[in-house]
Design a protein around this ligand. Structure first.
Ligand code: MSP
Length: 660
């Protein structure tokens, strides 16, 4: 009987040799799911790749005096190496510069044109020649370029358009009829209420102002622009419209497109409309995950706060980083990244919980039983039934959560078992049992329960931490095979009674937090200049996409009214110990005094900051930063180098005054 199939994708990445830990989140999550499905017997297709066309790439290659192809080739190798160090097991890596992909894009374009879903018209906008950038009327500042302030020209460019508007009603109906299609639920409401119901405009899908794209075969001055080029990777990778389309027949529709929240709209409106136009089934699900943020803000090269995943993998292992990413961030929501949180997790969950359970179990079997082998004669004890019931329940919960892509919950489910087993050691006190020869069968029973529990846990962590299981198996006498198969965890007692144990390497040594935090800051400071030399990723995005993304962020006056802004006066301020970037201030806002932590220590001394009047977001949910409560946020302007300047009133005004 043929295996069931499972097709999972990540977005294709813009070529950048500085993908940061946030980028690796999508890929690590997809990899965990792909591994899980393989362990459950599925025939998996896990697709990732690179989105290599566009004006910015063309320009950067020109600056470096190389062809765009040579430019992207170098970067793609770097990205593949990064995925290797993070143990990403993709089945196919697609590049939008692959000949097969380009051919499929051309065929798709022609099919849609022949059907009347693509038509030729004119793209109208304002153009800033020095910045080589298009803007919409709305984006201009006093009618001038919002970036450099110079005058702009009205331009018209001949373009092909896709009739997105024609699919509006069909899309609304599809989304309403298929509540599983967009996950989490909140993103579904966002798409319906903010984009679909207000109405869709047709979409510009070709450009003539640059060459680095897929040429429109029947109109050579045009190149296919971002949407049809990038989104169709999910089917071109499977051979759609080619002679070799077995994979397409086998895997399409995708089970899940995993994407960051900012590109949910492209995947749940534009992509489904294109598929409808091609008369193809839609992916079963689009899951929009949240961002990994730093101090509440987006990780980005332009802010200079990116965290390099390879530095972290080198220092702590890929398994530890994968664990952290999937455990710390509630899937679907944003999660904060700090070095401190990372080290705390490694020490508590990996070194203490899992590491100790392994080393204590193995050490006791070796110590109390000849040759490190348990005897066949074993007795149950009063805690065993509870352990068995708990293990069964937790397995069920973890499996359910993984299926829903709620990895943080699944890991918590597994850690409930680990922590219970550690408690079991304290309850049964093997060292006391070992004192009396008559208790040997009971002692053997206790150690067997621990070893069997450890076996089950080691199998369950495999999708998330692929290197750890074999390290544990080597210590409890197992090799990959039937006894380590996922299905075996459903049968308690699979480990042979005469289990053997042999001490192995310390998988997760405890980290000295203070020392390590310093070392990490140093390591990341050394890489920052290199990061700043490369252009911000946003700038690499093709211009119109940037515009689309910006349009995406329009808010209404009612949305704006939700943010409470007030004038505050800094009355006290000091540095946060052991945090180079942070100042903690007492800010008077009318009658009230709030404590607020801000990442501005590089730009203001506490003495300079005291007495300043600043704009404070006063209804922001309080957070703890480095253990200090922060009840609001001081608004700052940031330039491209990451420099920050606090924003304040231009005239005399009392603290507590509302900013509107
Ligand atoms: N090329 C487009 C996708 C086209 S798909 C047809 C793109 N590329 S990207 O390189 O900018 O982003 C790739 C993935 O990384 C996206 O899922 C994005 O959400 C994710 N992340 C980038 N920064 C992130 C964080 N700070 N946190 C979590 N994920 C983030 O978009």
């Amino acid at each position: 009987m043929s295996k069931p199939t499972y097709y999972i994708t990540t977005p294709i990445y813009y070529p950048s040799n500085k993908l940061h830990i946030g980028h690796s989140y999508t890929t690590v999550a997809a990899d965990a799911m792909a591994r899980y499905k393989r362990l459950r017997g599925y025939d998996v297709m896990f697709l990732t790749g690179t989105d290599e066309h566009g004006q910015k790439i063309e320009r950067r290659a020109q600056e470096e005096g190389i062809t765009p192809q040579a430019f992207v080739d170098n970067i793609v190798d770097w990205i593949k190496d990064l995925w290797k160090t993070m143990d990403i097991t993709y089945d196919k890596f697609i590049r939008t510069t692959d000949a097969e992909h380009k051919e499929t894009v051309q065929k798709i374009f022609k099919t849609l044109y022949d059907k009347g879903d693509i038509y030729k018209s004119e793209y109208e906008g304002k153009y800033c020649t020095p910045c080589e950038t298009f803007f919409t009327e709305h984006q201009l500042k006093d009618g001038k370029c919002p970036d450099c302030g110079r005058p702009v020209e009205a331009v018209k460019e001949e373009s092909y358009f896709f009739k997105l508007s024609a699919y509006q009603d069909k899309l609304i109906k599809y989304i309403e009829d298929n509540p599983e299609f967009i996950q989490p639920q909140t993103r579904q409401n966002e798409m319906l209420n903010n984009f679909l119901r207000p109405g869709l405009a047709d979409l510009c899908v070709s450009r003539t102002s640059f060459k680095w794209g897929v040429p429109v075969e029947f109109d050579p001055g045009h190149v296919v622009y971002v949407w049809i080029d990038a989104l169709s990777n999910y089917i071109s990778a499977l051979g759609y419209l080619s002679d070799q389309d077995e994979a397409f027949k086998k895997y399409w529709p995708a089970d899940v497109h995993l994407v960051g929240k900012e590109i949910v709209r492209f995947h749940t409106i534009i992509w489904p409309a294109l598929l409808m136009a091609l008369e193809l089934p839609l992916p079963k699900q689009v899951f929009g995950h949240g961002w990994l943020v730093i101090d509440g803000g987006k990780m980005s090269k332009s802010v200079g706060n990116v965290v390099d995943p390879s530095i972290l993998v080198d220092r702590y292992s890929s398994d530890a980083i994968r664990y952290f990413l999937l455990r710390e961030i509630a899937f679907g929501q944003d999660g904060n990244f700090t070095n401190e949180a990372l080290i705390t997790r490694i020490n508590s969950d990996l070194a203490n919980d899992l590491g100790n359970l392994t080393s204590r179990t193995v050490a006791m079997i070796e110590k109390y039983f000849e040759g490190g082998t348990l005897p066949e004669v074993q007795e149950e004890n009063e805690f065993d039934p509870d352990i068995k019931t708990l293990v069964k329940t937790q397995i069920q919960k973890a499996e359910d959560n993984i299926e829903k892509l709620f990895f943080n919950n699944a890991l918590e489910d597994i850690w409930v078992i680990i922590r219970r087993l550690n408690k079991y050691i304290d309850e049964t006190m093997p060292w006391i049992l070992a004192k009396d020869e008559a208790n040997k069968p009971k002692l053997a029973g206790v150690l067997y329960t621990l070893a069997e529990g450890l076996r089950i846990v080691s199998i369950m962590v495999e999708p998330f931490m692929p290197q750890t299981p074999e390290k544990i198996w080597a210590q409890i006498g197992l090799q990959r095979g039937e006894l380590t198969a996922w299905d075996s965890i459903h049968t308690w007692g699979t480990l042979p009674k005469a289990a053997t144990a042999k001490k192995g390497e310390n998988m997760f040594p405890r980290i000295d937090k203070e020392k390590e935090l310093e070392a990490l800051e140093l390591a990341s400071a050394q890489t920052q200049p290199a990061q700043k030399e490369t252009k911000p990723e946003d700038k690499e995005k093709p211009q119109q996409e940037k515009q689309e993304a910006e349009q995406l962020e329009y808010i209404t006056i009612d949305d704006f009214a939700k943010v409470e802004l007030k004038i505050g006066e800094v009355i006290e301020c000091e540095r946060v110990p052991k945090a180079d970037k942070l100042l903690v201030s007492k800010i008077k806002i009318g009658e009230e005094v709030r404590q607020i932590v801000s990442g501005i220590a590089k730009y203001y001394t506490p003495e300079e900051f005291v007495g300043k009047k600043v704009v404070v977001v006063t209804n922001l949910k309080p957070v703890k930063l480095r253990g200090l409560l922060s009840e609001g946020m001081v608004l700052c302007a940031a330039d491209d180098t990451g420099k920050l300047v606090a924003v304040g009133p231009l005239g005399e005004i009392v603290s507590g005054a509302e900013v509107r």
